[in-house]
Design a protein around this ligand. Structure first.
Ligand SMILES: *Cc1c(COP(=O)(O)O)cnc(C)c1O
Length: 233
């Protein structure tokens, strides 16, 4: 089946939904406790429409500019997450563009900027905090220790709703290889929940290669791109 054809996308979505349901059952979780975020970055609106026609409503883009071009071209009942890094000077634009969740908030400075601008706009911004679970220096995100240190000042930011944590672990040979990173994110969320006062319901982890393992480890959002739409060019 050709990449990008409606049939291809429909088949892939069916298989991924079945795999997510199976992984949830295996972990003793409700099948509907996991949201499939279809990562449509680099793919044209015509492909996104195929997924839409198959019932997909939740989409993720990693670049603000690209997202802003596609969002108005899609039906209104789509929901969008920004999953890529956000520059502080683009926060206002991002908040004005109706993402339901900013998933990659990777520093306290960025969280502060989002809270301040959300306050100016009279909205509450829903965010996830990105955690650098494998501690590679080159990567974005809070280290687990850094997040624990900054927690009190983060939860005090008035115009933010911190919904949970996300991670993008280093690529691994096998899906199993990512399990320790996913488990580490879950443990960190459990520690922060115990500290209070936030319920932190969301864990965004797992991509095309390893989403089933992520579901077994507690993911509530899996971010799947190439397994749905085909290889990116
Ligand atoms: C591109 C991307 C994904 C999806 O990756 P695939 O391997 O295509 O599923 C998930 N999360 C983030 C942050 C991304 O940038």
């Amino acid at each position: 089946m050709a990449y990008g054809s409606g049939m291809y996308i429909e088949d892939q979505l069916a298989e991924i939904r079945a795999n997510i349901a199976a992984a949830a059952r295996k972990a003793g979780r409700a099948e509907d406790s996991v949201a499939l975020l279809a990562v449509s970055k680099t793919f044209p609106v015509s492909d996104i429409m195929h997924a839409y026609a198959d019932g997909q409503r939740l989409f993720g883009e990693n670049r603000l500019q690209e997202a802003m071009e596609k969002m108005p071209a899609m039906p209104q009942d789509c929901e969008w997450h920004l999953i890529g890094p956000l520059q502080r000077n683009k926060v206002r634009k991002a908040l004005e563009h109706g993402f339901s969740l900013l998933e990659a908030v990777d520093s306290r400075k960025l969280a502060e900027a989002i809270s301040r601008i959300a306050g100016e706009l009279g909205v509450t911004a829903r965010i996830l905090l990105e955690v650098n679970v494998d501690g590679e220096e080159s990567k974005h995100g809070f280290t687990p220790a850094g997040l624990a240190d900054e927690w009190d000042s983060l939860v005090a930011l008035p115009h933010l709703e911190i919904r949970g944590l996300m991670c993008i672990p280093a690529p691994t040979e096998t899906p199993e290889g990512a399990r320790p990173a996913f488990a580490a994110l879950r443990h960190l969320a459990e520690e922060l929940r115990a500290r209070g006062p936030l319920p932190l319901p969301e864990l965004s982890m797992g991509m095309s290669h390893d989403y089933a393992v992520a579901v077994e480890e507690g993911a509530t959002i899996v971010r799947v791109g190439s397994a749905i739409f085909g290889k990116r060019g």
